[in-house]
Design a protein around this ligand. Structure first.
Ligand SMILES: Cc1ncc(COP(=O)(O)O)c(C=O)c1O
Length: 363
């Protein structure tokens, strides 16, 4: 089997010790197992800088999209209207979710290399008082842009609306003061910056906003309110939980604390990202997002200006040498992406850029 490290937005490279946790088969109604779930929920609240009096953490089976779908379809009732802000594929996916579920919504889009303008959002909210909820993505993994959730929080909260943030690829890797920002629902997943493996998403929810969701869900299995009520009893999940993934995630949280918490992890990711952009720049690769808005998570690079360039060929060359990179996802330019999250250090970035240099010379 060829092994390689993942320079992708998740699933990402995890530690051996996180992987080893999955060698145990756990019983779902066992008290020890239920306690692990409760302890994960408590730790997530600490990472989000929220108090257990005001907020709760709910774990939801499935990938990140299931978490986003669970929130959108559980919190917006028939009399509500959702404003979706999108500057990439994951913002647009929220609109797909709303369309499938028949949720009343309005979509505000801007170009993939621009952050949404909070003034424009304030104007939309002022013009349409029927809007009750606003949702947006923090790090738009499509391009690697980091949206200004704080500026948008100000206008959303000033207008008295419920604020939903998809922080899938940023939570755990960028410090987010959830209650200071007034975020009502924040969504992330196990296989991103906490550095667990895929299998569930999680939602940090303001209790008052979650309580208001009773009976609103459009889906049985993704009913956030019912999932919370069941989990709150004793930590048992409502339906079968991904036991191995839960154990791995608990270990990943311990390792996050041992690294120095989110600020230390953010620091490592930021220095990985700076090194990556600097070294790739020396090889002539330009970034799609400008330095001011580039996230420390993942970077989109333009294809080199060579008519014979093939991403598939470059991917295979790099993979043979121990790393997997990612294709581009933006719609208006030819790009590829390199993630620098996960168990990745400066030496990996140096090695990768060396491989790129050899590739550019060999081909
Ligand atoms: C910002 C964002 N939202 C949603 C998703 C969807 O998550 P998943 O692919 O786990 O369903 C992703 C995946 O990378 C993401 O980066």
């Amino acid at each position: 089997m060829i092994t390689y490290k993942l320079l992708t937005p998740g699933p990402l490279t995890t530690t051996e010790t996180v992987k080893q946790e999955m060698l145990v088969d756990h019983c779902t109604w066992d008290d020890d197992y239920k306690q692990i779930t409760q302890s994960i929920r408590e730790t997530l609240l600490q990472l989000a800088h929220v108090s257990p009096e005001d907020y709760t953490a709910v774990l939801m089976q499935g990938s990140g999209t299931f978490g986003v779908e669970s929130v959108l379809t559980s919190v917006t009732g028939t009399q509500d209207k959702l404003l979706i802000i999108a500057n990439g594929a994951y913002g647009l996916r929220m609109a797909d979710i709303a369309r499938y579920a028949g949720l009343p919504y309005q979509l505000y889009t801007c170009s993939y290399d621009e952050v949404p303008d909070s003034k424009a959002i304030a104007d939309i909210l002022a013009a349409d008082p029927s809007i009750t909820h606003v949702s947006m993505v923090h790090c738009e993994t499509t391009s690697g842009i980091l949206n200004d959730i704080a500026a948008v929080a100000k206008v959303v909260k000033a207008a008295g609306k419920t604020y939903i943030v998809d922080a899938m690829s940023s939570f755990g890797g960028i410090d987010i003061p959830v209650s200071d920002l007034g975020i009502d629902f924040l969504i992330s997943s196990a296989n991103k910056c906490v550095q667990g493996v895929p299998g569930f998403s999680f939602i940090i929810a303001k209790k008052s906003a979650l309580t208001a969701c009773e009976g609103k869900a459009r889906s049985l299995s993704l009913d956030l309110y019912e999932q919370w009520k069941a989990m709150e009893k004793d930590g048992k999940w409502r339906f079968t939980s991904p036991t191995h993934v839960v154990l791995a995630f608990a270990k990943a949280l311990e390792e996050l604390a041992a690294e120095g918490g989110v600020p230390a992890r953010e620091q490592r990711y930021r220095s990985n990202n700076h090194l990556l952009i600097k070294n790739m720049g020396q090889l002539g690769f330009r970034t799609y997002i400008d330095a001011l808005h580039q996230s420390p998570i993942i970077t989109s690079f333009y294809f080199p200006q060579r008519c014979d360039f093939s991403f598939a060929d470059m991917y295979a060359y790099i993979k043979e040498r121990g790393y997997a990179i990612y294709p581009g996802k933006v719609t208006d330019a030819d790009t590829f992406r390199i993630g620098n999250i996960g168990e990745i250090y400066a030496e990996d970035i140096e090695k990768l850029c060396g491989i790129f240099a050899d590739y550019m010379e060999d081909k």
